[in-house]
Design a protein around this ligand. Structure first.
Ligand code: BGC
Length: 801
């Protein structure tokens, strides 16, 4: 009921503030022409090379450069041999080179987010980039910051990081820096407001995400701004409409927000088959059409290709716009040095492709089949899997384990795979989705998945650990057997400890029906806990998970282990036996029950029965209030709050200090200041710094994540509290460290929809430091003194050309 009134209040407020009329949200204003790239952000030398390259192309070749073709990779731009250009190879995805063998399957985005560890996330990016390069892939189709996680049920949330825009923003930057430092282009996706609406596994692409300008900037555009600032080479526009206009044909979001406001210098690539037109999408800012025309699963034209040549020749499309598209595509290529010594496309690649398997018209050069140096990446995956594991409950020090003699391992997630090592298999019976019964779930499915060269199962790793000291491991990995037969096959009961492994499947095209773990998980826990008074539950897979059994006194510990990747078993053993202190923290909220969350999914069954395209609407009536910001607005109790997680060590924070760096600051950034990738440069200057001390007050070494939240004056129309800083800190027993949280102008501002500027609120901002969004022992207020408040007339004049 609370929720209903909150939504009514939000909707009313939004409508009143922004003049939104139900589904249309004011529509999507036209922004033309598409801005030309100028090579800012250090890309000038590469821009010159790209211009030179383009000047040597015929119109046909230019058309070919912007239109995908069938080839060995997931996406292909054809070679131009006379210019020694061997084409572009684009590969999924955010955690692995999906369409390849002998590659690593890294921890998923959700695990990276749960680690809150900048350096591990950066290193993950470096190693992923290395593997893409070894396989001859110029472009990695990741990282993901859309869907952001508006709906906890959405099937693709795990590909990205967190529903918190700030946390996602920091981690997307680290990932892009990592990937691109290895000489591979990052393609940040899916832009923007991606919202699931799925019928029988097929995404309904015409659903419109309707959102107001304030929400757009403060929540959904925020992490994309970080991605642009980090120099992402490419941005993938998404399938659905935004305020009524297709994501890959939306001049407001592509020309306006991305290329003008954020100063994006790279290229916009369409999601696969998300291009719906020729000239309109090109004029709206789309630079590359993927995968181009294909014959699979049905003949589908590209709208582009030779039609572009015709359009240029008959004058309906300016060649200057076409040139800019190719220049945008080639500038990052030269900037990253991809023109020389780039490995050839791995020889096995075509065998694995959906699009390329049947042969292709262009002459792509294939190299040998190589191993992507997997051995060098194993330790990082293991470490990140452990670092992304969150300890939620630990009664009387149940964990870490003290070398128990009799160990029970229960649940279908504990076992090794039983249905193959790749979940996206097309067979005569359809698309096998990997949601099978017995076998561990180390990453999700769909285009964001990976092909495992090996996996360390939880059961395998636990057996190895127990054997090292003579412990005995007994196991039942068939959930039906546990539910119907209990633990009677095991002896002597009760065992010292029962480790229950549960899993939650999620995939592109497969949203979650419930947030309770799959495969009769509640009965599995209850049956186990009835026979075992020291039951420890480990959850793998999609998150969040609600846990009906979490207060059962025999459930002594709970670990949200997410999607750790291929070293899963070793990652969890490191935590269970205490070799690694659990330092993961929740990058989302866990509510008491599924119904406590706003579902925020379009009712696709209704969509199927309507012929009215205007019925296909997803109104973001909650505005910025997703995840913890919603629960805080409701002052609602939750099971485990955003930012929460236990360590084996004990920590405290003290000595909060706030230093305001400027004597006075303009309320808005100087509109005449340069626009660099990421937006107006003044948005990124530090205006204040919060410092504090964190101490390990316990008797063992450990790691924790102090967090900074801000509350803004009413003028900002902001959530109760917003994350604006965090740091992963490892400390010996008794040791302390200084914390430093710099706050940029953007961190301190709200988006003013009238002036169209990030704006500093006048008055006191309150800073909170602690260990979760609801455990904030330190707080203090400060104000950035505002110099002058410009009138709207002055703003208009400052903006005038
Ligand atoms: C997904 C993209 C992916 C592409 C290529 C689409 O269905 O939405 O994320 O990169 O397929 O596989």
């Amino acid at each position: 009921m609370f929720r209903f009134w909150l939504l009514v209040a939000c909707a009313a407020a939004t409508v009143a503030q922004f003049g939104i009329n139900h589904t249309q949200y004011g529509g999507s204003p036209a922004v033309y022409p598409s801005p030309r790239t100028v090579g800012s952000g250090g890309w000038d030398a590469a821009l010159e090379k790209a211009r030179k390259f383009v000047s040597a192309l015929t119109v046909d070749e230019k058309a070919q450069m912007v239109t995908g073709t069938s080839g060995p990779c997931v996406g292909n731009i054809a070679p131009i041999e006379r210019l020694n250009f061997s084409g572009l190879c684009l590969h999924d995805g955010p955690l692995s080179v999906r369409q390849a063998i002998y590659v690593s399957v890294f921890s998923a985005g959700v695990s990276a987010a749960a680690s809150w560890d900048r350096s591990l996330v950066r290193q993950r990016g470096v190693y992923m980039g290395t593997e893409f390069r070894d396989k001859g892939a110029h472009v990695a189709l990741g990282p993901v910051v859309g869907a952001l996680g508006r709906s906890p049920f959405a099937g693709r949330n795990w590909e990205g990081f967190s529903p918190d825009a700030y946390l996602s923003g920091v981690l997307v930057e680290e990932t892009i820096h990592g990937i691109q430092s290895a000489g591979v282009q990052a393609c940040t996706k899916h832009y923007i407001g991606k919202n699931p609406a799925v019928v029988n596994g097929i995404t309904i692409e015409a659903v419109s995400s309707n959102l107001d300008d304030k929400t757009m900037h403060e929540t959904y555009l925020w992490p994309f701004a970080n991605a642009i600032r980090a120099g992402t080479s490419s941005v993938m526009c998404s399938y659905q409409r935004i305020n009524g206009s297709y994501g890959c044909q939306n001049s407001k979001t592509l020309n306006g927000l991305l290329k003008q406001e954020l100063g994006f210098q790279g290229y916009v690539m369409s999601d696969w088959l998300a291009t719906h037109s020729g000239i309109p999408s090109i004029e709206a800012g789309l630079d590359m059409n993927m995968p181009g025309g294909i014959n699979f699963p049905a003949p589908t034209p590209s709208f582009w290709g030779e039609n572009i040549t015709v359009s240029v020749n008959n004058g309906s499309l300016s060649e200057a716009r076409l040139d800019d598209m190719v220049v945008r595509i080639m500038t990052p290529y030269f900037h990253l040095g991809q023109e020389s010594d780039f490995p050839a496309i791995d020889g096995y690649t075509p065998q694995l492709g959906f699009y390329g398997a049947l042969g292709y018209p262009h002459n792509f050069t294939l190299g040998p089949v190589v191993d992507a140096r997997r051995n060098e990446h194993t330790q990082l995956i293991r470490d990140l899997g452990a670092a992304g594991t969150v300890l939620l409950k630990n009664t009387d020090g149940a964990l870490p384990l003290k070398n128990p003699s009799n160990i029970g391992v229960l649940g279908n997630d504990a076992a090794d795979f039983t249905s193959g090592q790749y979940s996206l298999v097309l067979s005569s019976t359809g698309l096998f989705d990997g949601d099978y019964n017995i076998g561990t779930l180390a990453v999700g499915g769909g285009s964001g998945t990976g092909r495992f060269s090996h996996v360390v199962s939880p059961l395998g790793a636990i057996k190895a650990r127990a054997e090292s000291y003579g412990g005995v491991v007994q196991y039942i990995t068939d959930n039906d057997q546990i539910v119907h037969g209990g633990l009677t096959a095991l002896a002597p009961l009760p065992l010292d400890v029962c480790l229950v492994f549960l899993k939650s499947w999620a995939s592109e095209g497969d949203d979650r029906a419930t947030l309770v773990a799959d495969w009769n998980s509640t009965a599995v826990v209850e049956k186990t806990a009835a026979a075992c008074n020291n039951t420890i539950v480990v959850l793998h897979g999609a998150a969040p998970n609600t846990m009906p059994w979490r207060n059962n006194p025999n459930v002594t510990a709970i670990l949200a282990a997410h999607m750790p990747g291929q070293e899963s078993g070793d990652s969890i053993v490191d935590i269970l036996w205490g070799d690694v202190d659990p330092s993961g923290r929740l990058p989302y909220t866990i509510a008491h029950e599924d119904t406590d969350y706003a579902k925020n999914l379009v009712n696709s069954t209704e969509l199927l029965t309507t012929t009215d395209p205007d019925a296909w609407q997803a109104d973001f009536v909650e505005g910025n209030l997703i995840d913890y910001k919603e629960f805080d607005a409701l002052n609602a109790s939750v099971a485990f709050e955003f930012g929460f997680g236990l360590s084996y060590a004990v920590f405290g924070v003290s000595d909060l200090q706030i230093d305001v760096a400027v004597k006075s600051a303009e309320k808005m950034p100087d509109p005449a200041a340069p626009i660099q990738p990421g937006g107006n440069v003044e948005l990124w200057t530090t205006l204040a710094t919060v410092t504090a001390t964190v101490s390990n007050t316990g008797s063992i070494a450990g790691a924790t994540v102090p967090q900074l939240y801000l509350s803004y004056p009413e003028e900002a129309g902001a959530p109760v509290r917003s994350l604006r800083g965090f740091e992963k800190v490892t400390l010996d027993a008794g040791a302390s460290a200084s914390l430093r949280f710099p706050l940029s102008r953007r961190d301190l501002s709200y988006w003013d929809t009238v002036t169209q500027e990030w704006t500093l609120p006048t008055g006191a901002v309150r800073a909170y430091v602690g260990f979760s969004s609801r455990d904030l022992p330190l707080s203090g207020a400060f104000a950035v003194p505002i110099a002058t408040i410009p009138t709207s007339e002055e703003i208009k004049m400052a903006r005038a050309p």
